[in-house]
Design a protein around this ligand. Structure first.
Ligand SMILES: *[C@@H]1O[C@H](CO)[C@@H](O)[C@H](O)[C@H]1NC(C)=O
Ligand SMILES: *[C@@H]1O[C@H](CO)[C@@H](O)[C@H](O)[C@H]1NC(C)=O
Ligand SMILES: *[C@@H]1O[C@H](CO)[C@@H](O)[C@H](O)[C@H]1NC(C)=O
Length: 349
């Protein structure tokens, strides 16, 4: 084994160890083989385990993508009663909501988009073995628009296919929730695909644009977070339509009397009403709002009335101390006063 191969193998094992810790919640870096690691990642479906074994480089990126989705979810819902946490079974994708609610819809969409985003980004940066820049978007000239594909275009199709392969392959049951999850996964990826950006650069003497080259780039993931949050607010309630022979759900339609419309591709869909997320409830997976910080004066969802569901709140007082009124004295020192302020924070009972 030469030095380069050994270094490469060490790198893979180290990164797998890190993913293992992130996903499995263990506290020390252990260098383990792919098979051991893949068998320890919680909640992998058989097909996902196969991908994990065959593509250790991708599983790291998938882990990062899922984490990016969860972080974005926590950011978007930081002021809500539901703050993106759930009780219950731990999976690669964090803890999952048991109710097929609009919150579950958002979680699935943002994670599927996160994985596609991370994979595409890793391809562009040359971190993955079998993808790179989008080859179809190289060198071709657009006569009408007067520019040419150049630079490194993000290969979003690769990322989307990979996300579908991995994320969707955990949906092995044949029920309405599966159809809901698959629809929301696809909606998340579609929103990402529709928001790819075009960047261009001019070439020519002193800023003249004699030739112009353009390439596609990924949007900032925050943008996808905001777009999916809007989709969450407009989420559509659906119900399954069952096959006539085996009574299995075959597709989803909008739940309205006398309506046979299907939801749009980019709609987030849900099959069950949300719980109110006020109290801890193992059945719905709600963690409740006890102990959450709230704002006494705000009328929004983070206001104490709404956040604490009328249970009231506890007031904690503390003094904040900092250096203030600093003056520069000749020469050479700075003299400050100490200022303090009593502040209060409120947490739900
Ligand atoms: C690609 O690899 C570099 C160096 O190992 C790392 O810093 C970067 O975060 C990776 N990018 C992605 C998208 O994984
Ligand atoms: C969400 O709320 C729960 C319950 O109050 C809390 O334990 C958890 O730390 C919060 N999570 C985030 C990301 O703020
Ligand atoms: C509480 O809400 C008020 C009104 O919306 C806002 O001005 C204030 O900055 C908030 N306080 C905190 C600690 O977020």
């Amino acid at each position: 084994m030469n030095k380069k191969t050994r270094r490469w193998i060490f790198h893979i094992f180290l990164s797998l160890g890190i993913v293992y810790i992130k996903i499995g919640g263990f506290s020390s870096v252990v260098a383990l083989g792919a098979s051991v690691i893949c068998s320890k990642i919680p909640g992998l479906a058989p097909r996902q385990r196969t991908i994990c074994l065959n593509r250790p480089d991708a599983i790291i990126v998938i882990g990062e993508g899922a984490q990016m989705g969860i972080n974005e979810c926590q950011f978007q819902f930081r002021n809500g009663r539901w703050n993106c946490s759930a009780l219950g079974e731990r999976t690669v994708f964090g803890k999952e909501l048991k109710v097929g609610s609009r919150e579950a819809a958002f979680t699935y969409a943002i994670i599927a988009a996160g994985v596609a985003h991370a994979i595409t980004s890793a391809c562009t940066q040359g971190n993955m073995s079998d993808c790179g820049c989008d080859k179809e978007k190289q060198g071709q000239f657009h006569r009408d628009e007067g520019w040419k594909w150049g630079g490194c275009s993000a290969d979003i199709r690769y990322g989307l296919v990979f996300s579908k392969e991995f994320v969707d392959s955990r949906e092995i049951k044949q029920n309405a929730r599966t159809l809901m999850n698959l629809h929301n996964n696809e909606a998340g990826r579609k929103v990402l695909e529709e928001n790819m950006k075009l960047e261009c650069k001019c070439h020519g003497v002193s800023g003249s644009c004699t030739t112009k080259t353009c390439w596609t780039t990924l949007p900032k993931f925050r943008e996808i977070g905001f777009l999916l949050k809007e989709k969450y607010s407009d989420a559509v309630q659906v119900e399954p339509v069952r096959g006539s022979r085996n009574k299995r759900p075959i597709f989803l339609k909008i739940k309205k009397p006398l309506s046979y419309r299907k939801p749009m591709e980019t709609d987030l869909v849900y099959i069950e009403k949300s719980p109110n997320y006020c109290d801890e409830d193992p059945i719905t997976g709600s963690v409740g709002t006890q102990g959450r910080l709230c704002n006494k004066t705000a009328q929004h969802t983070n206001g104490c009335d709404l956040m604490c569901c009328g249970r009231g709140y506890n007031t904690h007082q503390y003094s904040r101390v900092w250096q203030c009124n600093c003056k520069f004295h000749w020469c050479c020192y700075v003299k400050c006063n100490t200022c303090s302020e009593r502040t209060e924070v409120f947490t739900c009972k």
